[in-house]
Design a binder for this molecule. Sequence first.
Ligand SMILES: Nc1ncnc2c1ncn2[C@@H]1O[C@H](COP(=O)(O)OP(=O)(O)OP(=O)(O)O)[C@@H](O)[C@H]1O
Ligand SMILES: [Mg+2]
Length: 476
Amino acid sequence: MSFWQIRPDSALGGLSNGAMPHPCAGPSGPALTMAGIALPGMPEEIAQDAAHRLLGLKIRVHHQLLDRVNLALLDKLPREQIRREVDGIIADILTDESEALNKGERERLLSDVLDELLGLGPLEPLLQDETITDILVNGHASVFVERHGRLEKAPTRFQDERHLLRIIQKIVSAVGRRVDEASPFVDARLADGSRVNAIIAPLAIDGSLLSIRKFAKKPISIARLVELGSLPPQMAVILRGIVEARLNIIISGGTGSGKTTMLNAMSSFIDPAERIVTIEDSAELQLQQEHVARLETRPSSIEGKGEVNQRDLVKNALRMRPDRIILGECRAGEAFDMLQAMNTGHDGSMTTIHANTPRDCLSRIEQMVGMSGIDIAPRSARAQIASAIHVVLQVGRLSDGHRKMLSLSELTGMEGETITMQEIFRFHITGRGPKGQVLGQFEATGIRPRFAAALAVAGVRLDPALFRPDTALGAA
Ligand SMILES: Nc1ncnc2c1ncn2[C@@H]1O[C@H](COP(=O)(O)OP(=O)(O)OP(=O)(O)O)[C@@H](O)[C@H]1O
Ligand SMILES: [Mg+2]
């Protein structure tokens, strides 16, 4: 017996629960779910009409599916077979109703139905579009995406709040988590590794909010960062040197400024013979080495038990004979354990920190040490920071959407109560181009870093001319 003949039972809720609009749904909302059908230059009423006709068909296909399909078996079938069967249902309906669709409309109808049935509905085309890096859903009727560092409104929407919520539930339940009034926000991951955060009512006031940082299928390498103008080639040589010389590195930057990308790219300089332990809240790093032990935190269970946080994992990592510890993002008390690790022989460790300047980054670390609950005087905390961390790299997203390495600074010790730090390279903004693009150039400050000696010991000899302010390093 084909699965199409079995009446649905358990999995039915998935589709009937608000996934599709009722056939009598009003004209205002649903039409937009058929985004992409309206062709440029098509009068608006005709476009609306076409959208409505397709929407009606989509609803009828769904209803037939509900009658004919055992949805519980869907997961086990090849997509191609499901596609053929759904196409068959569409053909039947079109014949029964003497409806005609052109090739494009029919393809669109088929893929919309399949996206709803097997995937994440309106999110599917956005997930497949490789030019999109972030998807931000602000309630069911408003979806934004980021492309080339700029936000733009996406021509799509969810049917209603229930539809959006159902998709959110689908995402989080796939990783064994849940979201409801009692726990209204959650981190999750899509099957392809994309990072997801969802927050629903009552915390989200105007409808559920869903933020997806898409997983780069091909991670951005250092060579690509140079190509993109995010750093000059000479800087790539220096970054290689500081990784090879096992300096402890912090990558600092604002939200979405490219910290994780930079960390991932720099990790490629680590010798494949080393044992690397990575610790993340939501695994994003894609290290190329063979010998990588990946750890991920765990939130507490429904009963509030079983949480494993980054602190626990950093402590555990120390017992795993790591050559390097890479902490995806240092957010809280684990800063203390990370400094301990850096200060006790696990040099060459790296992490990222959310801060807007290298100096802010140091204050953040100090605050985070305080969050560990360990009673430590501010001066000793600073002394620990000053001896543990060697280099702070500041990355940033400029107003034109480009991401750049804005500064490279080294820590040089303490003077009284203050950590001393010197900037070696920076991106100097000089103005704006006619299209609003940020103009500027990378330059050396003229200070020869102390780490040059450590690099020399590690066999990395840098041309002293690199550190002269008049050396051209590349412009943007
Ligand atoms: N130099 C770059 N040029 C172009 N795109 C970049 C660059 N760096 C990062 N990106 C893209 O920007 C997005 C954000 O990057 P990334 O995740 O590294 O930022 P982040 O600072 O770690 O963000 P968060 O604060 O959310 O952790 C990603 O989609 C990434 O592919
Ligand atoms: Mg990040």
